[in-house]
Design a protein around this ligand. Structure first.
Ligand code: GAF
Length: 390
């Protein structure tokens, strides 16, 4: 059994980016820029319904070491790939001309240029601790770190609050993945020891105290290792059902159904599946608001039941969990977690469990045992006290 990985010294990943740059390009970078992975405490599939989310930054990060290069050429080296990606003005003249992981970088260049900003050619080297494909926003972290690098190198005036939309545009329009605004907002706007209460309609944010270490708590993140199928049709189909339901109800978005008006809204819908999708979104928005109230009152442990209720809603109403994920939640709860839920888009990815810090190892052992009993590949663990941040 392996316990949760503790974050290494903050310099590790940055040193890898620097060393990669030096090795690849034969000189040191002009600077380096970082963005963290995120977990979403609560508020799933609410962002594209103009609703509420409450993510926090994880002590895992993506670092980009970079320097300008002459002409409109971009060269990108990543420690996760054997060969660099190179592209020029033609490839960023329109979406979709670079594919694979390089598309996230080309997409940011494209989105900046499409918004009228001058982006210098650049050489980049990327290193990351954020696991790819685990639903901890490795894509958004890459977009955000590259965006920060290019904005600084080009002297572009782009305040932090305008960056998430631009990074989201890179992902939606260039890469072609129809995600909402949560991940890019989280990795750009989260602060240490706080969760980010984001109203996805207005993009207004409030930093809600979430000091796990001070409360003797930790969030155990269980990487289910069930493949996370984000770009697949399931995410898009959930999104389409929600849009369709809002239309049937004559509303701009499901955010406009208040919790108190849920029964009335459900009575207007005749398809059982659509009713369940709507019930998830409406009750989930309310759970975010209730969680925020408890955190404002300093009652972190008391949010546990809301986390677990969120999981049940994703499992039964939104139908986005898989057996590995449900097993991890049940095992964490059996091991004494205050609450546990899947975090992120679903169909794999990670579970988070709120535990007493001194119970984290025992909880991870219980999850590992439950996985073995089901013959699932052993899960990976990350531990967060939400105190660290790039
Ligand atoms: C993914 C998406 F990228 C987010 O926009 C959000 O919809 C999330 O799934 C579900 O809450 O992470």
């Amino acid at each position: 059994m392996t316990g949760p990985a503790r974050p290494g010294p903050a310099g590790d990943v940055a040193a890898r980016a620097d060393a990669g740059f030096l090795h690849r390009y034969g000189e040191p970078p002009a600077g380096r820029w970082a963005a963290p992975g995120r977990a979403n405490l609560i508020g799933e599939h609410t962002d594209y319904n103009d609703g509420f989310v409450l993510p926090f930054a994880l002590p895992l990060r993506t670092v980009v070491a970079a320097a300008p290069q002459d002409g409109l050429r971009w060269t990108v080296w990543s420690e996760l790939s054997d060969s660099p990606v190179e592209f020029g003005a033609d490839e960023v003249a329109a979406p979709g001309r670079v594919s694979g992981w390089g598309a996230y970088v080309a997409g940011v260049v494209w989105a900046l240029r499409d918004a009228g900003h001058d982006v210098p050619g650049a050489r980049l080297a990327i290193a990351s601790d954020v696991p790819v494909g685990s639903g901890l926003s490795s894509s958004a972290a890459l977009e955000a770190a590259v965006l920060a690098a290019l904005v600084d190198l080009g002297g572009v005036d782009l305040p932090a609050e305008r960056r998430p939309r631009l990074a989201q545009r890179a992902e939606n329009a260039y890469v072609g993945v129809p995600t909402g605004i949560m991940d890019q907002s989280a990795v750009i706007r989260c602060r240490p020891s706080h969760a980010l209460f984001l109203d996805c309609r207005t993009e207004s944010v409030e930093h809600i105290p979430f000091d796990l270490a001070a409360a003797g708590l930790a969030v155990l993140v269980v990487d289910s290792r069930a493949p996370h199928r984000h770009a697949g049709g399931e995410y898009a189909s959930r999104r389409a059902s929600c849009d369709q339901a809002a239309k049937l109800l004559g509303l701009a978005a499901l955010r406009d159904v208040p919790a108190a008006g849920l029964d009335e809204a459900l009575a207007l819908l005749h398809d059982d599946e659509t009713r369940r999708r709507v019930r998830h979104v409406v009750t989930e928005n309310q759970r975010v608001l209730d969680t925020v109230e408890l955190l404002r009152a300093g009652r972190i442990r008391d949010i546990g039941p809301l986390l677990t209720a969120s999981h049940a809603s994703m499992r039964d109403d939104f139908e986005i969990t898989v057996p590995e994920i449900d097993t991890a939640v049940e095992a964490a709860l059996a091991a004494g977690a205050y609450g546990a839920r899947m975090t992120g888009g679903g169909f794999g990815g990670c579970v988070l469990a709120l535990v007493d810090a001194d119970r984290a190892d025992a909880a991870s052992a219980t999850v590992t045992t439950a996985y073995a009993a089901h013959n699932f590949p052993a899960p990976n663990f990350h531990l967060s006290t939400a105190n660290t941040h790039p």
